[in-house]
Design a binder for this molecule. Structure first.
Ligand code: CIR
Length: 280
């Protein structure tokens, strides 16, 4: 195993993914006005609401401690709470300055909710970054340079990460919205990758990860919950079969309206780990 002995003990292997608490935010009635690449696509806010209810129900049954923030119709994308914050550990969160101007106001309500129980660090312009560009794997924090995240945003996050003993790794996102649109963890040892995006997967070397190319692009974003359990989209059935054949416990959810909005399974939640553990 290539993990250096000088890495801080509390963050070294063999810690497992363990989610203590999840934050979600409701679907705005204005969701059809969300940011999305393909303007010919019609997004159905009611259907998104139903899919979100199923997402929240799955998290309640698998994790239990789920906090729900109300939607704000002034922010059509507010359901994608992941982009507003990056969880560093069980007690520290970085509030982001999202890359899309229409989304920057989403952060205030998240700040108000989280500041009662967590330490916060606040990113400010000109730095910008979306949480969808950040992937925690063991004690590394991968930060994707997409059209939504800039070097100043990455530097701010990297500094906080280093202060807490994490190793930031900045990498490019050649295509698509976010780093996690192109890759995500299925469990502690399995990284799912959409091969079409052309990520430089050598950045993941040294973590004893198996990189698995997903048969469908939408299969590359799953939400790992620990203990081999994960959420995956019904829009990627071959990827679901692949994961099940590897012995993983996959909860399959309809997420068509999130996909139309360029979102996937990680985007509608913010996960906090158990003390001494981590999550993605
Ligand atoms: C946006 O374009 O910002 C939203 N429509 C989708 C955000 C998806 N978030 C994520 O992947 N973390």
């Amino acid at each position: 195993m290539a993990v250096s002995l000088h890495w801080p003990v509390p963050y070294s292997r063999p810690m497992n993914i363990s989610v203590a608490t999840v934050w979600v935010r409701g679907v705005a009635a204005s969701f059809a006005d969300c940011q999305h690449e393909d303007s010919s696509v019609t997004v159905d806010a009611q259907r998104a609401h139903e899919q979100h209810m199923a997402y929240v129900a799955a998290l309640k049954s698998l994790i239990g401690d789920v906090h729900e923030l109300p939607a704000d119709d002034a922010y059509p994308d507010c359901v994608f709470i992941e982009d507003t914050a990056v969880v560093i550990d069980h007690e520290l969160v970085v509030l982001t300055h999202p890359g899309a101007e229409t989304r920057q106001g989403e952060v205030l309500a998240v700040r108000t909710a989280l500041e009662k129980q967590l330490q916060l660090r606040v990113m400010e312009a000109p730095a910008c970054l979306d949480g969808g560009d950040v992937l925690r794997i063991h004690d590394r924090l991968f930060i994707g340079m997409s059209s939504r995240s800039n070097p100043a945003g990455a530097d701010f996050l990297a500094t906080v990460a280093r202060e807490r003993g994490l190793t930031p790794v900045i990498t490019s996102v050649p295509m698509g919205l976010h780093l996690k649109s192109a890759c995500s963890l299925a469990d502690e040892n399995t990284l799912l990758v959409d091969p079409a995006v052309g990520l430089d997967v050598s950045v993941f070397d040294g973590l004893d990860l198996e990189c698995v190319k997903t048969p469908e692009a939408l299969g590359a974003n799953v939400l790992a919950l620990g203990g081999g359990r994960l959420l995956a989209t019904a829009s990627a059935p071959e990827s679901v079969e692949l994961l099940r054949s590897r012995g993983l416990e996959v909860t399959v959810l309809e997420a068509s309206e999130f996909h139309k909005a360029d979102g996937a399974l990680t985007c509608p939640s913010l996960r906090l780990p158990q003390p001494g553990s981590w999550c993605t």
